[in-house]
Structure formats: structure tokens, C-alpha cells
Design a protein around this ligand. Structure first.
Ligand SMILES: *[C@@H]1O[C@H](CO)[C@@H](O)[C@H](O)[C@H]1NC(C)=O
Length: 269
């Protein structure tokens, strides 16, 4: 019995040591980062709750003022800040249609796709909305408009009164973190919305594409050189003098025709 309570005592000490270590945990300062203010909400009369940068632009932001249920486009350059009401008219409500007259009910989360369409977790209305250049629509929850966790055709789906959205370009979907239901859900978007006309999406694939083209061209050149001795003796008589050496001849800009071919193929591919 005595050894049993000793055992408890030792466990207790270990726990205590862990707690003390936990509260005094290690902190690592990584230097080299900078913070600056780019937009002063008080000057613009915007209270930014959530913000995203437009794809393909280094100076345009979409800002959601949740208190006013309104989305703004804000452009900023070195010293100029210009603000434009994008949608929502300062009054909480539920109305689709024109950008100017549409209403949202104090949303807090939104996401942008590669086309800069905006998806809104309009959780108080229990729906997901979409803003495009041509107006505002409801894309999910429209038939239900109350809490639930039904999946299925998006207009028949229902959500809790607390959920957030993230755009997932790999799945071409919105991921929904449905806090109220403790679920991660997925709303499939239209492939067109993910095709990525703007920058961003293309970066990784462009690199892979270029590497593929270069490898293909190098293989092509190697094969070309390898079979040249077998091809040239037979066709040599038909070639104008010097032509068979064209691959190695630099042109005026110093490129060999092989380089030109590579460049040409890269451009064409
Ligand atoms: C979706 O909701 C509509 C309207 O309530 C209904 O007519 C339709 O049958 C529902 N579809 C499914 C698949 O539940």
C-alpha cells in the first residue's frame, strides 16, 4: 500500500514538472519580418472583419465589414487609397440581384476563387452566396434557409449557424468548416471557376510544363544528333553546302539554330 502511494507521489511530481515546463515553455523569436499598416479603416469608415487580396493584383483588396454587412473593393498604391462599395448597402438582410441593392446578414467569412468570384458564408441567413461582376446569387441552402446538416444538391443542403469557407483550387471546391455541426463539408464548384485565368494558379504548373518542354526538346536534340550520322550520308548529296551544319551555326544574335528551335518550341508548346 505504501509503495502504491509512493507511485502516485512520483506521478504527481512528474505531472507538476510537466505543467511548470509547459507554462514556462520555450519561445523562439524568428527575426526578419515586418509589419505595416496598409489601410486605416477609421479613415475609410470601414471596420475590416475579413480581407482577401484579389488574384492577379498586388493592390486590390476585398474587405468585408461585418457590422455593416457590406463588401468593399479597396485599392492602395504608395499613398493613394481608394475605396468602392462592392455589394451590401449597409443594412443587414437577405436580398440577391444587383450588386448595389443586395443585402447580407452580418457575414464573417468569405473566400475568393481564381476568377475573383466571392463566396460568402452568410451564416445568419443559413446560406452560401456568390458575388460576381453581374450580381449576387444564392448557391447553397436556398430551399432550406435554416440550420441543419443535410448534404445533397446545394440548394437543398443546410448548415449550422456557425460555418466558414475556404477555396480549395485542387478540389475546385469550397471547403466548409461547419463548426456548429463539427463537420468539414465540401461544395463542388464549376470547373470554369477554377481554371485560373489570373496569376497564382498557374505558377506551379507553368514550372512543371516548362521543365517538361525542355526535357522533351533535349531528348529530341540528343536523338537528332544520334541519328544524324545515319541520315546524313544518304541525304548529303541533296543538301546545299553548309546546310547540314546549320544546327551549330550561330545566327546574328548569337543563338544556334538549336536554341532557336528550343525557343520556338517553347513558345509554340
Ligand atoms: C430540393 O428542394 C426542393 C424544394 O423544396 C424539392 O422540390 C426537391 O425535391 C428537393 N430535392 C432533393 C433532391 O431533395
Amino acid at each position: 500500500m505504501a509503495s502504491f502511494s509512493n507511485f502516485h507521489f512520483i506521478i504527481g511530481i512528474i505531472l507538476l514538472v510537466n505543467i511548470v515546463q509547459g507554462t514556462g515553455g520555450e519561445i523562439v523569436f524568428e527575426e526578419g519580418y515586418t509589419v505595416s499598416t496598409v489601410i486605416d479603416g477609421d479613415k475609410l469608415h470601414i471596420n475590416p472583419y475579413s480581407v482577401f487580396s484579389l488574384y492577379g493584383s498586388s493592390s486590390d483588396l476585398i474587405i468585408l465589414d461585418s457590422v455593416k454587412s457590406t463588401f468593399y473593393t479597396v485599392s492602395f498604391s504608395d499613398s493613394q487609397v481608394s475605396e468602392m462599395e462592392l455589394s451590401g448597402n449597409g443594412v443587414a438582410g437577405y436580398k440577391d440581384g444587383d450588386l448595389g441593392s443586395a443585402m447580407f446578414n452580418k457575414p464573417k467569412s468569405f473566400a475568393l476563387d481564381r476568377k475573383n468570384n466571392i463566396y460568402i458564408a452568410d451564416k445568419t441567413n443559413h446560406v452560401i452566396r456568390k458575388i460576381t461582376k453581374s450580381g449576387v446569387t444564392t448557391i447553397a441552402g436556398g430551399y432550406v434557409q435554416k440550420t441543419g446538416k443535410a448534404d445533397g444538391p446545394a440548394q437543398n443542403a443546410s448548415f449550422s449557424d456557425d460555418f466558414e469557407l475556404a477555396f480549395d483550387p485542387q478540389r475546385c471546391a469550397l471547403l466548409i468548416s461547419d463548426h456548429g455541426n463539427r463537420l468539414v463539408r465540401q461544395l463542388d464548384l464549376k470547373p470554369n471557376d477554377c481554371s485560373g485565368s489570373s496569376s497564382g494558379s498557374g505558377v506551379g504548373s507553368t514550372t512543371a510544363w516548362s521543365i517538361g518542354v525542355i526535357v522533351a526538346c533535349i531528348i529530341g536534340l540528343i536523338i537528332g544528333f544520334a541519328i544524324r550520322p545515319y541520315v546524313l550520308p544518304h541525304t548529303g548529296n541533296n543538301i546545299r553546302p553548309g546546310q547540314h551544319d546549320m544546327e551549330a551555326l550561330p545566327n546574328q544574335s548569337g543563338e544556334t539554330s538549336g536554341d532557336l528551335l528550343l525557343r520556338h518550341q517553347k513558345r509554340n508548346c
